[in-house]
Design a protein around this ligand. Structure first.
Ligand code: BGC
Length: 937
């Protein structure tokens, strides 16, 4: 099936045939349980080609030396070699041919040609040889196109409406500016690309139509260092003849109000636009329309105010029909101000998915707790916009309020928004019905209240919908079990992620914060990687972290840093080591370690400077934030203990990263440093019985010392017993905050206290995950008791109902309850473990994860007399199943006792005496018969 001389075009059509044939083969394989990958007599072609961190045929790609990944067709066991070709589409020439490379690498294969350049259009294809040396067809080619890679590509100027020349502006208003210009196009258009960004937020219109479907562009980066740009294909929107471009500019994160201290203008005073429309004609000539002094602007449009925290005020009487069409009368508009300085910040194509509307929620219930105020319940706490379709009366203002919760009398509970007003206003131009949504603000809400409607209006459910907004990341994982509350927890975790992955990982989406709190992010990162493909999302955020790191090595509390370089909180600043390592572990992408290596080393250097004789001193911060029953927010674990534990963990990650990157001298140096710190901290903080000394005993101190593997094995076992004692003393409850909670189940489980791990997770009383669910949670809450039926609302000073940190338990649910976990020795699921534990009240559980190689899955079901396990291992990977039993004869594969089956040679016994089996790709069914004999561990 392989023709050496086949052209790209020919291959494409033959490739399609290959797909059909392959999908027939795939059905055959799946229908025969336990049939492995040995059946192919020819190798079908690679599929699902992606560039970089999961980009499917991207337009405006950012990386001049990208990586390439593909999946092998189901039915192929493994790859033994590959060949990859990249061609320049316009120049019609090859820019790189890898030749046949003997390698099983099918993900993140680095480009080996001359670095790609701005605007270049590329096409690539790949083929492979399988385990039997059979060559596949070439894949169907995939395209990608580069964005503008350097500031020098921009021939435009930043343009803006200066408030000084517009009497409509009030300095405290975040007034939206409208900008426009017309331009003629004389020739036949071959293609047109719009390159655009803003200091602030923008929406661009071309001939009256919004360009693209993205929201909150260009996103939030460390603006002084880097601003992302977008590329859109507008070939169909530009026309021969007269055209017009229009843009709306919001203050956004750049110039708007940000942070709880009511500060404004963190980065600049007014929003600015940078735009370049490049129209290529059939004859190759290029016409460029830039943002420059030919543009006009006004502040007198319908969006009077749009503020991220405070909401949007829209006056339809100010609408300017046709404002982004040609022939609009803009004679009353002002000339724009310009600024030509383009050297800084760096302008680069956005390296991850933009924010988009991903779902629309419908109203579930309408109430009228106060006369004329209608409350629409969407049934789910969410983040985004309302879409309202309502009757209005001329000159009447409709007020749209938001709330995550209701007061006992059914009115809106908004106190927890603190100083964020989060209210939209709509004033009608005429009587009738309108359909509207805001543009440059977002709200965190489950309830929408409408007031100011025409007297006598009867509300209906279709008046209000919820448009769910977040970074448009691909969902990759799912977890499900036999326990409805556990499933609700999984849903809440996902909604917590959706609500807070709005361009950066925020702490909360509704009050006057919405910042990239580093501690919350590092705690949640592993779980986040299971739910959505956030590889590129984290990479981009880490870049802002590098940009904002203090010269002394500390990481600011929030990234992008709006707290002006305050930092130094243990467990918060360790996002600099933990996030790159976790993303590497779960993707296999070494580049993320390389990119962040110096940042990690600088952070470790800061710890080192504060360290002596087993203790990091002179540190402050947020402690084990929000530990229940502590006398203050920072909890009972002293800063020195947390700082020392996190120092040891971070230096160990640094040493591991050095090893992965082949920096052997560093690996040895940092490895020694890690060993020394571990030894000294053990001596200082733990007595010979593994009990904490020189510090108060807390669950979190024990948990972190064990989770980070900082104390010797014997003391870990002893320390775990002390932890269990503390949990007993707390009547079986956790007493952990943001730092300890993510690891409590994992630590109990790895030290042989699985049943305690389950009972902590399944606790129904405060503090626990199910406690919040029992109080009605549909997302993760900041406090276990942010609300309770008994006591009402928690401390309003900090009471978010959408805070993902405690959702970090999702990692344990995926990795241990379902049993799907990565292997640091072969990261990115090249090899992985299936190690479920059958515990608690569960009778079944399972998880699926779409890895870069294909679907990995682990499911189990306890039928009473046996446990059935189904394991899916994708092509080009291997997995080790660790059965929770020591009894070999209890395990059947396809009805045959394991050690008498074809897998007998693949069997081993783990250090703990558990039976393991090594698997190549395929779908496998096992039965564990021993449950009745109480034999499962
Ligand atoms: C945020 C947290 C954050 C914390 C730092 C809070 O206001 O909402 O999630 O980590 O401050 O202590």
């Amino acid at each position: 099936m392989y023709f050496e001389t086949r052209s790209w075009e020919l291959t494409e059509s033959i490739g399609l045939m290959g797909t059909t044939m392959n999908s027939r083969g795939l059905i055959g394989i799946l229908l025969v349980p336990l049939t492995m990958c040995q059946v192919a007599c020819w190798a079908a072609m690679p599929e699902q080609l992606v560039v970089g961190e999961g980009f499917v045929e991207p337009l405006g790609f950012h990386d001049p030396t990208p990586t390439f990944s593909w999946k092998l067709p189901v039915g192929t066991e493994r790859q033994t070699s590959y060949q990859l070709e990249v061609r320049d589409v316009l120049a019609e020439e090859s820019v790189w041919d890898s030749g046949w490379v003997d390698s099983d690498q099918s993900v993140f294969v680095p480009y080996g040609g001359t670095p790609l350049t701005s605007r270049q259009q590329l096409r690539w294809r790949v083929r492979f040889r399988d385990q039997d040396g059979l060559a596949s067809d070439w894949s169907t080619p995939a395209h990608f196109e580069m964005g503008l890679l350097s500031s020098e590509d921009w021939k435009s100027q930043w343009i803006f409406q200066s408030t000084e020349v517009d009497s409509n502006a009030d300095s405290e208003d975040e007034r939206v500016a409208y900008l426009r210009r017309e331009f003629p196009v004389a020739n036949k258009i071959a293609r047109a690309r719009l390159y655009v960004t803003a200091r602030g937020l923008y929406e661009v219109y071309l001939n009256g139509q919004k360009v693209g479907i993205d929201a909150f562009t260009p996103g939030w980066t460390s603006y002084a260092n880097r601003i992302d740009t977008q590329t859109y294909d507008v070939t169909r929107q530009v026309k021969q003849g007269e055209n017009a471009l229009g843009a709306m500019l919001g203050y956004g994160w750049y110039a708007g109000r940000l942070g709880w201290s009511k500060k404004w203008n963190f980065y600049g005073n007014v929003p600015e636009l940078l735009l370049q429309l490049e129209i290529t004609f059939a004859d190759g000539e290029v016409q460029t329309i830039a943002s420059d002094d030919a543009w006009k602007s006004t502040l007198d449009g319908p969006i009077r105010i749009s503020s991220i925290y405070d909401g949007e005020t829209y006056d339809a009487r100010k609408a300017m029909p046709g404002w982004s069409d040609p022939a609009f009368d803009d004679s009353s508009w002002n000339d724009v101000a310009t600024s030509a300085k383009l050297e800084t910040p760096m302008l680069t194509p956005k390296p991850f998915a933009p924010v988009r509307v991903t779902e629309t929620l419908s109203t579930q219930r309408i109430t009228e707790p106060e006369s004329g105020r209608f409350v629409f319940d969407l049934g789910q706490n969410m983040v985004g916009w309302p879409e309202i379709n309502i009757p209005v009366e001329k000159d009447q203002m409709v007020t749209i309020r938001f709330a995550e919760m209701l007061n006992p009398d059914g009115t809106m509970y908004t106190a927890n928004y603190r100083s964020a007003k989060s209210i939209d206003f709509y004033t009608a131009a005429s009587t009738g019905t309108i359909s509207w949504k805001p543009t440059f603000t977002f709200h965190g809400f489950r309830y929408v209240e409408l007031s100011g409607l025409p007297v006598g209006s009867t509300p209906s459910a279709d008046w209000v919908k919820g448009l769910v907004l977040h970074s448009d990341l691909k969902p990759v994982g799912s977890f499900v079990s036999s326990h409805e509350k556990l499933n609700q927890l999984q849903r809440n975790i996902r909604w917590g992620q959706r609500g807070n992955f709005l361009d950066i990982p925020t702490d909360c989406p509704q009050r006057d914060e919405r910042c990239g709190w580093t501690g919350d992010a590092q705690a949640f990162c592993p779980t986040a990687m299971f739910n959505y493909d956030c590889h590129a999302f984290w990479k981009s955020w880490l870049r802002s972290m590098r940009d904002d790191q203090s010269s002394d090595g500390r990481i600011p509390h929030v990234i992008p840093d709006i707290l002006k370089n305050r930092g130094g909180s243990p467990g918060w600043m360790d996002a600099a080591t933990i996030v790159p390592w976790q993303v590497y572990l779960r993707t296999g992408d070494k580049e993320i370690l390389l990119e962040n290596y110096d940042m990690m080393a600088k952070l470790v250097g800061w710890y080192r400077d504060h360290y002596a004789d087993g203790v990091v001193t002179n540190v402050a911060g947020f402690g084990d934030w929000l530990q229940p029953y502590a006398s203050n927010n920072i909890g009972d674990t002293p800063h020195a203990v947390l700082a020392t534990l996190f120092y040891a963990n971070s230096v160990q990650i640094l040493a591991n990263s050095a090893r992965v990157l082949g920096k052997n001298v560093d690996a040895e140096k940092y490895g020694k440093e890690a060993d020394a710190v571990k030894q000294e901290l053990t001596n200082h903080f733990f007595d010979s019985d593994g009990k904490l000394q020189n510090a108060p005993e807390t669950q979190t101190a024990y948990i972190l010392a064990i989770a980070f593997d900082l104390i010797p094995a014997r003391r870990q076992a002893q320390a775990a017993n002390h932890l269990v004692r503390l949990i007993d003393e707390a009547d079986g409850h956790l007493r952990t905050g943001f730092l300890g909670t993510p690891f409590i189940n994992q630590v109990l489980d790895q030290t042989g206290h699985e049943e305690v791990a389950f009972s902590v997770l399944f606790k129904e009383t405060y503090p626990s995950w199910f406690y919040s669910i029992n109080q009605g949670a549909t997302t993760m809450w900041e406090r276990w008791n942010s609300y309770s039926h008994e006591d009402g609302f928690g401390n309003v000073a900090m009471n978010s109902f959408n805070h993902y940190a405690y959702g970090a338990v999702g990692q344990w649910m995926y990795e241990r309850i379902a049993g799907l976990s990565p292997d640091p020795a072969e990261p990115g699921y090249k090899h992985f473990f299936v190690r479920p534990i059958f515990g608690g009240p569960l009778t079944s559980a399972g998880a699926e994860l779409e890895t870069a190689y294909g679907k990995a899955a682990s499911e189990w079901r306890n039928t009473g007399d046996k446990v059935e396990m189904t394991v899916t291992v994708p092509s080009n990977t291997t997995a080790t199943v660790v059965f929770p039993t020591t009894n070999i004869t209890a395990i059947r594969v396809d009805g045959i006792v394991l050690n008498e089956s074809e897998f007998a040679d693949a069997m081993k016994t783990s250090d703990a005496g558990q039976v393991t089996v090594e698997l190549a790709c395929g779908v496998y069914r096992f039965d564990l018969l021993a449950l009745a004999e109480n034999d499962l561990q």
